[in-house]
Design a protein. Sequence first.
Length: 364
Amino acid sequence: MRGLIRSGALIGAALSILLAPAGPATAAERLRFALGLPPTHPVSMAARDWALSVEEQAPGALAIELESAGATPSSGQLDRVSSGAVDLALVNPGLEPDRFPVAATFQLPLTIGDARQATRALDPWYRAHAPGELPRTRFCLLFLQDPATLHATRRIARPDQLRGLRVRAVNQVLARHLTLMGALPRPVPAHAAREAFDRGELDAIAFPFGSLFVFGIERKARYHLDLPLHASSYFLVINNERFERLPAKSRAALDSHCTTGWAARIADGWARLEATGRERIGRTGEQHLVRLDEAEREAWLRSVEPLRLQWAERLRERGGNPGQMLTEVQAALAAYEADFDSWVRRRQLEEETALERPAASARR
């Protein structure tokens, strides 16, 4: 009997060893992702989808925590990720253009005509230049916002009509351009813009078309300049030391999401949202699209020249070649028909088609 009890005890002990867990499960690596934008911003939502997709590719290995900001985009994002305060960040180079003179090449007004195709052109182009402008970080991807234009309480067709007007600017690049044209830039958060119009503190705002309706600003600014004035861009960067410490599986998951394809995916979703705004303006008699003739477009192009000279000087100070940079960027954009000249040709074709429709109907 005692032998049976001893045997049973030994068997029980052996089973307990076999069935016991081998040890605590490996915890997922936590990565802090600083968005620098409000949580409801289209880019914040796209970043959330990006992060979820990364986690799905490395199940149980990564947990990406999104850190949103207040109502206005945050500067200093590169410092946070390069210092290790956060592991990933979205960087808006237009908030600190002197710090990113190469990226400022395609931040110049009237450069981008199509953000979706420009993303496909410029993400691969900038990869070769990123190490020099983004120290201690790993460049992941670049994408652009649908171009912003001016929406005003009065008709504006020429740069000289901005003189003395108070205009909300989205970043420092556009603020400098507005100042050179005689306007008075105002750093008003997007969510507060409508109230600023109500109080008589704004005469115009630089915004993409779709965002205009999101914030109800179309009720105050009913005149819309038909011109791709400025396209903001964003980088997604990763702290290089943190990346190198990750397991191979996690690094592979991140690398597979640091592609031009993913950059285009983010840009496409944002552009579709913004494109609906221009379509809505065309369907109502309460809104006025200000179409420009060739002389008026040329006047806007001339207004950019002083800003271009300032940018060129800063790039030379950093050892860059402004002429070469402009040529490369314009060639990359033209290859995708994403440049300003391609936008002009599309608009001219639209106008010609619109004129031909009534004539064709009359002949029938």
